[in-house]
Design a protein around this ligand. Structure first.
Ligand code: 3H9
Length: 698
């Protein structure tokens, strides 16, 4: 294996090149390599200064996140930065790409930072539930002032090259040969008297008004600081820069870092980071498969979903034909699109020019024949299998072979549509989430005969639309809605047994969801589920009774809650409660007080159980894929990592025990732990121990 850090001397300047693909993370060999380069440069009388640069696209993406939680290997990054800071000879960082987290912290230990035009400097630790742990909260305020440093650290957003120079985070922008510029900068530093390093600099902190400006910036973060422990720690640690010498500030920062690193919330966010990237790798897809080019798409059906999907294409700059059955329906669809964009313009989130450009990309058309000539079709008509089969049969005829034919169905059998098309290799599901132009999840449903090219095309186009594609298999409801059905069922049962809508919703909002299932149903409209239940012969006595009483949610001013005078937040409604109590009585159930813990467990654990079945059946390849579905499709709180990660965090033995308990107390056999869950729990293992496709075999 090539050395993680190579060393050479050119024109009296030592050049240390970090080469640790793919992103030059600061793994142990890199840290050791930097220290060794510094030692050699210091010891060699022929060397006047040291330049540190990164091979490939990145300077350094930060600490190696995979090392967190493992036994530490010296040298610690903080010590590497201290060693650089104490260097007898000037050290310059040559930053051509990302200098993130520990990468920027390392650069702050250097005498200067020379950046290329594509450089991005940032401290994204906050997004992983952390604070910078190798001096970022101490050296950034010393370099650019605390009021300027705080928003950079608390947002985690990257600072582009020119802005970095403007704020003083970087010294020079080199338009041409970055290494040559860095070497020249290093040589100039070697010729000049040594400027004081950051450890000795406090002028930005003692300047008049500096503290007040910082406290004002901190006050603006007060709400986040209450909700996110890492933001509170960041504020306090930056404040320490005013009050403590560097060594003490660093020690305090380290304490914060270790506590946050070991906090389940950061572990969950780190899990999400890797799960998202892993979901992009499709198991079983040969490496050499190339997605087909998609220059033009078509969407069939101009309802809420169809128009949302068409707008997703237009928002990504892809021309799209929106196809309806007749002129009147098409006009309604186009009006819906115009209204949605008009709303964004009024809100100020879209310029009138951008709206016009997007509208120009959406071409209206009537009749299925208009799907001819496009590269990808997304069908988003009513949820009726026979109708969809007819449509796919026609699409199979009117579109050219190789045109990807996707259904946006939420639960119908895509294999049946594939057979009907006569071109099953081109058929798959592209299941968007409502509102389709906003929600980031895209379930890409791989049917029995879907070709690798069609699959690659759908996931690639999903990414172009700004979505997070997750490949799933065919079953009723796929991954997300199949698990959601378990939660919906339990919410209904809990209402019958004695819980109120507010208690159910509170259990989930206290857990971290923005909204509970009852408030969510009121927002979406109770008639959606009612229609599906009627079509599939299901009953939900409470939800059905609310619908029969005309309580369809916010749009009728009442549902699980009442919405007086168009209020958006519902208030508890004695009428709804009486109706629910009436159902309990009718079903012969004696209502009881149900604690929040039971409510939460009964809402969440059956979903996890269903997730285990989904893994057993190979509908999802990895537990992390299920987590990504819930994060991006249902707003599962990221700091809880997704349902399967949450199960691991609380322990599968506990989850299995509680499920068995509720199976016994409610008499619902389906609540018994799924075989995979029971097996992992008995082995003291977690879902995270499963490898792709291993669940199926387990
Ligand atoms: C930190 O620095 C703490 C310090 O303050 C204190 C320490 C004491 N480690 O995203 P991509 C992998 S915390 C390990 O697809 P892109 C990633 O998993 C860190 N691995 O590429 C993926 O692997 P695979 C603060 C990492 O071009 C591959 O690299 N830094 C790390 O779209 C490619 O990643 C951050 O939070 C890492 N730090 O984007 C930066 N980073 O191919 C996190 C990436 O096996 N990283 N990998 O799936 C990023 O923001 C993006 O990865 C980056 C590249 C912009 C760098």
């Amino acid at each position: 294996m090539a050395e993680a850090v190579s060393y050479r001397v050119e024109d009296g300047i030592a050049v240390a090149t970090i080469d640790n693909p793919p992103v030059n993370a600061l793994s142990a060999p890199v840290r050791a390599g930097v220290v060794e380069a510094l030692r050699r440069a210091s010891a060699d009388p022929a060397v006047r200064a040291l330049v540190i640069c990164g091979a490939g696209h990145a300077f350094i993406a930060g600490a190696d996140i995979t090392e967190f939680g493992k036994p530490p290997i010296p040298p610690a990054l903080g010590d590497v930065v201290l060693a650089l800071e104490a260097s007898p000879k000037p050290v310059v960082a040559a930053i051509q790409g990302v200098a993130f987290g520990g990468g920027l912290e390392l650069a702050l230990g250097c005498d200067a930072r020379v950046v290329g035009p594509k450089a991005k400097l940032g401290l994204p630790e906050v997004k992983l539930g952390l604070l910078p742990g190798a001096g970022g909260t101490q050296r950034t305020p010393r370099l650019i002032g605390a009021a300027a440093a705080l928003p950079i650290i608390a947002s985690g957003d990257p600072v582009p090259a020119a802005k970095a120079v403007e704020t003083g985070l970087a010294d020079t922008l080199a338009e041409g040969d970055l290494l040559a510029a860095a070497k020249a900068h290093a040589a100039a530093l070697a010729d000049a008297p040594r400027a004081p390093r950051l450890d000795a600099r406090t002028e930005r902190l003692t300047a008049p008004g500096a503290r007040e400006a910082f406290e004002a910036a901190a006050a603006a973060l007060a709400k986040r600081a209450k909700e996110e422990p890492q933001v509170a720690a960041i504020i306090q640690s930056v404040r320490n820069a005013f009050d403590l010498p560097l060594a003490e500030g660093l020690a305090k920062e380290r304490e914060f870092f270790v506590a946050l690193r070991d906090d389940p919330r950061s572990k969950a966010l780190r899990h999400v980071f890797f799960a998202e990237r892993e979901a992009a790798r499709i198991p079983g897809l040969p490496r050499d498969v190339k997605p087909r080019a998609v220059a033009r798409a078509a969407v069939l059906g101009g309802g809420t979903m169809g128009t949302g999907i068409a707008m997703s294409f237009a928002n990504a700059g892809i021309p799209v034909r929106l196809i309806e059955t007749d002129a009147a329906a098409l006009e309604r669809a186009q009006q819906r699109v115009a209204d949605t964009y008009g709303f964004s313009v009024r809100r100020g989130s879209l310029s009138p020019e951008a709206r016009d450009a997007r509208l120009a990309l959406i071409e209206g058309a009537v009749g299925l024949e208009s799907a001819a000539g496009v590269d990808l079709v997304v069908e988003a008509v009513f949820e009726e299998l026979e109708l969809k089969k007819d449509i796919f049969a026609t699409l199979g005829r009117v579109t050219a072979p190789g045109t990807v034919l996707a259904s946006n169905t939420s639960y119908l059998d895509i294999n049946a549509m594939a057979v009907a098309s006569g071109r099953p290799g081109d058929v798959l599901g592209m299941h968007f989430f409502s509102p389709a132009n906003v929600m980031k999840l895209l379930e890409v449903v791989r049917a029995a005969a879907t070709s690798p090219e069609a699959l690659a095309t759908a996931t690639e186009i999903g990414r172009r639309l700004g979505k997070v594609p997750v490949v799933v298999g065919v079953c009723h409801g796929f991954v997300g809605n199949r698990m959601l059905a378990q939660r919906t069922l339990q919410a209904e049962r809990l209402l019958q047994e004695g819980a109120t809508p507010a208690q159910i919703d509170r259990a989930l909002t206290d857990f971290g969801f923005r909204m509970g299932p009852c408030a969510m149903s009121d927002l979406a409209g109770l008639d959606i589920g009612w229609r599906v239940r009627k079509a599939t012969g299901q009953v939900a006595p409470v939800a059905d009774a609310l619908c029969e009483a005309g309580r369809l949610g916010q749009k009728t001013g009442k549902g699980y809650y009442a919405y007086p005078e168009g209020a958006r937040a519902g208030v508890e409604d004695p009428e709804a409660l009486a109706l629910i109590e009436g159902i309990s009585e009718k079903l012969g159930i004696t209502r009881r007080a149900i604690g929040q813990e039971e409510i939460l467990e009964r809402l969440v654990y059956p979903m996890i159980n269903e997730g285990a079945r989904i893994l057993e059946e190979g509908i999802a390849a990895r537990p992390g894929d299920i987590d990504v579905v819930w994060l991006y499709g249902y707003n599962w709180p990221a700091w809880r990592g997704g349902p399967m990660h949450h199960a691991d965090a609380v322990g599968l033995a506990h989850v299995a025990e509680r499920l068995a308990h509720y199976a016994a107390t409610t008499g619902e056999a389906s609540l018994m732990p799924a075989p995979l869950l029971a097996k992992l729990a008995a082995a003291g293992a977690g879902f995270a121990t499963l490898k792709a496709d291993a669940a199926k075999a387990a």
